[in-house]
Design a protein around this ligand. Sequence first.
Ligand SMILES: NC(=O)c1ccc[n+]([C@@H]2O[C@H](COP(=O)([O-])OP(=O)(O)OC[C@H]3O[C@@H](n4cnc5c(N)ncnc54)[C@H](O)[C@@H]3O)[C@@H](O)[C@H]2O)c1
Length: 254
Amino acid sequence: MARLLGRTAIVTGAGSGFGAGIARAFSREGASVVAADLDAASAAKLAEELCAEGGHAFGVGLDVTDRESLDAGIAFCREKLGSLNTLVANAGIGQRPVSISDTPVGELHRQFETNSVGVVQSCQAALPALRTAHDASIIVTVSGIALVPRPQLYGYGMAKAATAYFMKSLALELAPERIRVNGLFPAVGETPMLAEFAGGSLSDEDAAAFAGALPLGRLITPEDVGNAAVFLASPKEAATLTGCALPVDAGRCV
Ligand SMILES: NC(=O)c1ccc[n+]([C@@H]2O[C@H](COP(=O)([O-])OP(=O)(O)OC[C@H]3O[C@@H](n4cnc5c(N)ncnc54)[C@H](O)[C@@H]3O)[C@@H](O)[C@H]2O)c1
């Protein structure tokens, strides 16, 4: 039995990595999906693939740092899906490690603009549609770094910690409206972003070292994150979960 049958969702950052994994998992479980990404072509390509597999999906280009672009993306969802009951605010940017002495203030602003304010604006844009839907919920892709810090990723880590705060705070504000808000907290993932965390390029040895540092000894896949997102999106399975920080991290944050 499909677990998200009849559900409608927009996934930001769905053109790559975890977002693509979430959109695939939602589609597999019967949801209608709008795959949204700054890279409109990659969002369209994913939507085509999902439709070819029998899903109901659309691609749209949008920029989570631009409110007008977000509003247009949500209007697109309403037009194509009729209603919107799930927002997955997943889009984000990575960062190369750099010492505090060499961290430009501009990089802090860049990180906050996408990884914090981009999430806030995505929620603001989607809320009017979510408020008119049944069993609405928001899922934010945060990061394990918001729970357990790492050195030399100041902008990324601080922006993600702020987003963790926002996710929980929003969960409290929206609870009286029965809109659930939860966060996925992945550890190092098998996605293009990992090369950024490795300093710009990723060798097999780097990937093995990242995997070896996790208690379960393997990287997090887009499928892992997609499966966790299906659980949080399910109004039945996750009925009482709100403000939940769900680690998808092979034990990193224990
Ligand atoms: N990969 C990891 O190790 C890791 C770990 C923890 C959390 N995360 C988080 O997971 C999420 C997805 O990351 P990923 O690893 O799949 O990275 P990725 O680089 O593979 O995918 C990110 C996607 O977001 C899109 N994007 C970037 N800026 C955007 C914007 N302004 N508007 C719309 N789309 C935009 C990109 O075009 C890209 O398709 C991010 O929030 C990231 O911070 C990643």
